[in-house]
Design a protein around this ligand. Structure first.
Ligand code: T3D
Length: 272
């Protein structure tokens, strides 16, 4: 098995490591269920930018340290303190941290696997849903915790939830804030697979390795085309398909894929 190289100091709130072509980011504030602070958001942004810029990275794996995945915004973070006028500007927190996070994930030039190892609440749940393929431990759960503290779903939740589960389930989840088991999340179509707790990380690594060996450009173009098609009429989506296939057809990976098929050997994809 390829060695894992640690790329961050042990005290970092985002632990960064590389194994083969997979960059793994581990949310690392386990005593607060890896809830997001301002500082952690800054580290996460830097880690995502770094992974995006590094040609050695062909897939990203995101998980949490300890018993939780991410409990959303850290409600004790100084970012939540009232300003000079005595009011908390949550809009500023969203604009500074959660909007860039959701957009960064959607524009990552590599596929992203989330391994949800425990509870994912509030923005922590929607952060996971922003990833391309979500695996969850059987003991994990998902909570749209926002309504309980007088907020609406953020980190892309209003956009993602109805697309993933339809309006009825999206409203049911968001209005009640009820905890959804990993199995129900899979049944609803929120996530890809549930794994036994002990198998989660091995399965997630195997999936990330598999994705890393596939043609990266085509995987990322697939995400973009699917997302774009959500707001397009059929004819326009077909136009996007034609344009993107034309571009991919000129890429080295397509030639390699076809040649490898004809030569009955495994392909070696290199585009990114
Ligand atoms: O600025 C903005 O607010 C805008 C952005 C909003 C985005 C959002 O994410 S809003 C939603 C914020 N998140 C929540 O409301 C979830 C709050 N947490 C919970 O409801 C529960 O902790 C869980 C259901 C997630 C898990 O429950 P349980 O019983 O397994 O664990 P616990 O005992 O509640 O939590 C363990 C520790 O983590 C505990 O600390 P302690 O007492 O051991 O020192 C708890 O305070 C801490 N913790 C959990 N979630 C948060 C947190 N600390 C700070 N912020 C949290 N969100």
């Amino acid at each position: 098995m390829t060695d894992m190289h640690r790329l961050s100091p042990p005290e970092a709130t985002i632990q960064v490591a590389q194994r083969g072509a997979v960059r793994v980011l581990t949310l690392n504030r386990p005593s607060a269920l890896n809830s997001f602070t301002n500082a952690m958001h800054a580290e996460l942004r830097a880690a995502l930018d770094d992974a995006a810029d590094d040609p050695a990275v062909r897939a990203l794996l995101i998980t949490g340290a300890g018993r939780g995945f991410c409990a959303g915004q850290d409600l004790n973070d100084p970012a939540m303190a009232p300003g000079g006028d005595g009011r908390i500007d949550i809009g500023a927190v969203i604009e500074r941290n959660y909007k860039p996070l959701a957009l960064r994930l959607q524009s990552m030039p590599v596929p992203i696997v989330a391994a949800v190892n425990g509870v994912a609440a509030g923005a922590g749940a929607n952060f996971a849903f922003c990833c391309d393929i979500v695996l969850a431990a059987r003991s994990a759960s998902f909570i749209q915790a926002f309504s309980k503290i007088g907020l609406i779903p953020d980190c892309g939740g209003t956009w993602l939830l109805p697309r993933l589960v339809g309006r009825a389930h999206a409203l049911g989840l968001a209005l009640t804030g009820d905890k959804l088991s990993a199995e129900d999340a899979q049944r609803f179509g929120l996530i890809w697979q549930v794994q036994d707790d002990a198998a989660l990380m091995d399965t997630a690594w195997a999936l990330a390795d598999r994705l890393a060996a596939l043609p990266t450009k085509a995987l990322v173009a697939t995400r973009r085309a699917l997302d774009a098609a959500q707001s397009l009429p059929l004819e326009s989506a077909l136009d996007v398909e034609a344009r993107v296939q034309r571009e991919l057809g000129h890429a080295a990976d397509f030639a390699e894929g076809v040649t490898a098929f004809q030569q009955k050997r495994a392909p070696r994809f290199t585009d990114r």
